[in-house]
Ligand binder design. Sequence first.
Ligand code: B12
Ligand code: SF4
Length: 481
Amino acid sequence: MTERGTSPGPRRNPRVLLVDPYVAREDPMERKFVELYPSLGLLTLAAYLRDRAVDVEIVDLTFARDLRPFTSRLRAFGPEVVGVHTKTLTYPRALEVAKRARASGAITVAGGPDSATRTEFYLTAGFDVVVPGEGEATILEIARAVSEGRGIASLPGTVVRDGGRLVRGPARPFLKDLDSLPLPAWDLVDMEGYLGAWERSNGERRAAVLTSRGCPFDCSWCSKPTFGRSFRQQSPERVIEELRALRDRYRVNYVRFCDDVFGISRPWIDRLLTLLEEEELGLQWECLARVDLLKPDLLHRMRATGLARVYVGVESGSQKMLDLMNRGTRLAQVERTAAALRAEGIRQFWFLMLGYPGETLEDIEATLRLFRRFSPEEYSVSIAVPIPGTRFHDRVRERLRGGKERTKREGGRSLLFEAAYPESLYRWQQARFGLEAALGKAKGRLSPRVVRGIGKVADRFHEQVATPLLTGKRAPPGSGA
Ligand code: B12
Ligand code: SF4
């Protein structure tokens, strides 16, 4: 190479190496719960580039021990551009990848949620370009520009650093038609590694599918750096094509729909369900959905086409808190949906949040009561994480606690801002949900009297010992605590 990223001699296809720096064995959560899927962002970028005469490979470090698979591909393939998918969790590895890629002479490009939120950090720490938005058309243009020896500053959809200042190219409009995207380039990653891991863990061959991009809702703590409040969907016919390909090529029998919110449009989901009924693909599936959209008649149809599990953002058992979060949901909808899911025999996974500004002990108690009433099969109760760029973050900006690593995972267990109560109180409350879940599961095995008795003792301990100890004051009368 004469200059970084440019190659002399006869014109040939641009060469792009895409990297997922996530290493599963370094992730304690992954060792507990297998939730392995290849990055759909990278698979789609790769398929898009390949369709447009770019030579593209993916190094997916998910099953690797270290960076060696990357360094050997870097040497053998000699890419002009190395593109890295970024998440907060994986940024140290992403920076290592960039360092080695730059040393080889390649242009380094960061994309994905973390670099979209802290662009300057990535540009200072070793990347040449950040693509904060939708990546397909932009990485193609970067690859062509680099390969032809043209400059990359100011290309639409990019940010670069010029000395001390950031140079942003003009905004790039979103792709209009998601159906025009090729099927993900599954063949460029170790699909059998993923499917085999699932099969060994629960007998299912699971794959992830995305039917839409973006979400039009506006929850005040939600970070949507890439697609914002935009919302586009593939046609139900295109979704079926992808499901059929997964089943036929990889014997997939369980699909996780990874959309931010699945089934936002009722006519769309009705049509998809009709096609699923007609096609008889024999798949089970799961999705994340909102309680206001999951009407009982819809759930019944979804169940009939293989819906096995739904993730629902319940968040709080207090209407006041749902309103403060701008969730746009009503407690009555939560109750209706939880009951309908139970009646249909669909597993429910609840997301709950503690510590959001404005929450009192009584609100937490209301959440616990709701949880106790419906005993969801699975749940996660996290301490609210103020993610930069959100209204929640703006609200607590002055009260952020320094020195804490801002990963979502860390945040779920630690308090990252000065909230109404100390971190130990929230940790204790998390333990109460744990006990409640265990009691819910024990209901079949222990007599209801014993379960109630343990619950009462725990509540008394909470009221008389834990709350005064952890808040430093006696619980106000009638607070429920
Ligand atoms: C599906 C999903 C998962 C799935 C699958 C993950 C996977 N391997 O892809 C599962 C459940 C396993 C998962 C796990 C986790 N996830 Co997740 N996940 C998502 C979700 C809902 C969709 C991701 C997706 O497929 N998007 C669709 C594709 C098309 O978009 P995309 O990936 O952003 O890619 C586009 C652009 O960003 C850009 N782009 C992306 N990479 C690159 C690279 C280059 C070079 C370029 C040019 C462009 C580019 O172009 C792409 C196409 O336009 C997002 C929320 C969201 N809407 O993005 C959260 C999200 C990505 N996850 C998040 C988190 C925190 C996690 C976990 C750490 C959570 C945990 N369990 O503790 C783990 C990490 C595990 C891992 N393997 O990395 C956060 C990341 C926040 C952050 N700043 O890091 C998000 C944004 C949710 C949120 N708002 O908090 N996740
Ligand atoms: S939390 Fe879910 S519903 Fe709310 S804005 Fe974010 S993606 Fe949309």
